[in-house]
Design a binder for this molecule. Structure first.
Ligand SMILES: C[S@@+](CC[C@H](N)C(=O)[O-])C[C@H]1O[C@@H](n2cnc3c(N)ncnc32)[C@H](O)[C@@H]1O
Ligand SMILES: Nc1nc2[nH]cc(C(=O)O)c2c(=O)[nH]1
Ligand code: SF4
Ligand SMILES: [Mg+2]
Length: 218
């Protein structure tokens, strides 16, 4: 059984695949926060900008088989154009994504991307793996396509992650978790300046912005 909070067609807004059309499959549940506001401050990850509790979002639900979920996701891709792409996110997708589901996505003609906090081992067969470390949580994934660190995090300084092998190293300015996505966000503005300065001083790191929030899409 797979539990999905929501699924929607949009453009990837972050990282090296920014601007690419994708169906986002947001799995329910995370291992670093239970999703309740009253427990945010004491969670390992306390800046999450996402509601991943339950299965009640758009196109969300409980799926009995990998094939049923893959067919559901494939139907959200518009027609036959381009290279159909699913981004598995959450919540923490590696609590649920397994090899049978990856195989079912591939069978349905989907390339498979994953956004993970890196604390759980990744099943084989993922086409694009993005690891985004959180606070002092141990990262067990040693190799990925992109490492995308939300910045600044006092317990997760960039230097700690340069030994993780990645094709791209990104800093993503931390946004306020609870503001409406289209309003002004002074905290994000100040974090964007800090991330910019860090990238200028440490040119291994590149800046990525949450483009979807800038243009006002999901
Ligand atoms: C909601 S998480 C879900 C996937 C996975 N649990 C993870 O943390 O990577 C998706 C992406 O949003 C990023 N993110 C979450 N809260 C954020 C915030 N307040 N500002 C900027 N990025 C944020 C995460 O770092 C991750 O790259
Ligand atoms: N457009 C868009 N791009 C994204 N990239 C990563 C996201 C996520 O929440 O995992 C995300 C998201 O929520 N929306
Ligand atoms: S950002 Fe990722 S790791 Fe952190 S609480 Fe949200 S879903 Fe979990
Ligand atoms: Mg998001």
């Amino acid at each position: 059984m797979y539990r999905v909070k929501e699924a929607f067609y949009t453009l990837q807004g972050e990282g090296a695949q920014s601007g690419r059309a994708a169906v986002f499959c947001r799995f329910s549940k995370c291992n670093l926060w239970n999703g309740r506001e009253q427990d945010r401050a004491s969670a390992v990850c306390n800046f999450c900008d996402t509601d991943f509790v339950g299965t009640d979002g758009q196109n969300g639900g409980r799926f009995e088989s990998a094939e049923a979920l893959a067919a559901h996701i494939r139907r959200l891709w518009p027609g036959e154009q381009g290279r159909p792409y699913v981004v598995c996110t959450g919540g923490e997708p590696l609590l649920q994504l397994d090899e049978p589901l990856i195989a079912a996505f591939h069978q349905a003609g989907l390339e498979v991307g994953v956004e993970t906090n890196g604390t759980l081992p990744a099943p084989a067969g993922i086409d694009w793996l993005c690891v985004s470390p959180k606070a002092d949580a141990e990262v067990v994934i040693r190799r990925c396509n992109e490492l995308k660190l939300v910045y600044p995090q006092p317990l997760a300084l960039p230097d700690r992650f340069v030994d993780i092998e990645a094709d791209h190293y990104f800093l993503s300015p931390m946004a306020s978790p609870s503001l409406p996505e289209d309003g002004p966000d002074p905290v994000k503005q100040s974090n964007t300046r800090k991330a910019t300065d860090y990238c200028l001083q440490h040119p291994r790191w590149r800046l990525t912005l949450q483009m979807h929030k800038i243009v006002g899409i999901d």
